[in-house]
Design a protein around this ligand. Structure first.
Ligand SMILES: Cc1cc2nc3c(=O)[nH]c(=O)nc-3n(C[C@H](O)[C@H](O)[C@H](O)COP(=O)(O)O)c2cc1C
Length: 184
């Protein structure tokens, strides 16, 4: 209950957050991200729906410069073109079955990530859903796990940098509404 009620106090126009969210891969200003904001972002992630309410996603908020430098180096080695942020989130999952023989943890953490990206945008920060360059090889994932001292049943699936963007980046081109959505 405290999670939901404290999150409800935020006054954000959700449609504005949806419109403004984009993947930022440039340099960040040195301005620190207050713990209070980081906590709001984590709470937004934890408030996401999960199949059968199994809550398979866990999150680690990051504001330790050494850890952030290590994680940025790891994803850069896999081709990420962004820079070290002042804060971030590591997204963890447990690969369990949610309903009978069905796993839904990918959907669970995807919902959590999108909630966080919208909260990040709403608070005036930029981010990027870095998953491909985290899960590209098990070596990278294991390095993340070791740095975070994770228990064996947690898998690192994504890293979200958080910070104030130094440059104004552009949204990519999206297909037209009529190409991807229909009525009746
Ligand atoms: C499942 C998933 C994995 C992604 N992994 C990466 C990644 O590893 N590195 C990266 O730079 N962007 C990654 N992205 C971001 C996409 O490239 C980006 O969302 C897409 O190009 C559309 O751009 P936009 O986010 O600015 O709208 C990922 C997005 C999703 C949904």
């Amino acid at each position: 209950m405290p999670l939901i009620s404290s999150y409800k106090e935020e006054k954000m126009d959700v449609f504005e957050c949806i419109r403004n969210r984009y993947s930022y891969r440039g340099r960040y200003k040195n301005t620190p991200v207050p713990r209070q904001d980081l906590e709001k972002i984590l709470k937004a992630g934890l408030a996401a729906p999960s199949a059968c309410n199994k809550q398979t996603t866990s999150l680690i908020g990051l504001d330790d410069p050494a850890l952030l430098a290590s994680f940025t180096d790891l994803v850069k080695k896999n081709g990420f073109e962004g820079e070290k942020p002042p804060a971030g989130v590591c997204v963890l999952t447990r690969g369990i079955l949610s309903y009978r023989d069905k796993p839904f943890y990918v959907q669970d953490y995807s919902a959590a990530i999108e909630n966080m990206l919208l909260a990040i945008t709403g608070l005036g920060y930029a981010s990027c859903w870095i998953e491909g360059q985290v899960t590209e090889n098990t070596e990278t994932q294991e390095k993340f796990s070791r740095l975070l001292r994770l228990a064996d049943d947690y898998i690192v699936v994504a890293f979200l940098p958080i910070g104030i963007p130094e440059i104004e980046a552009k949204h990519p081109t999206y297909k037209l509404f009529s190409e991807r959505a229909w009525f009746n």
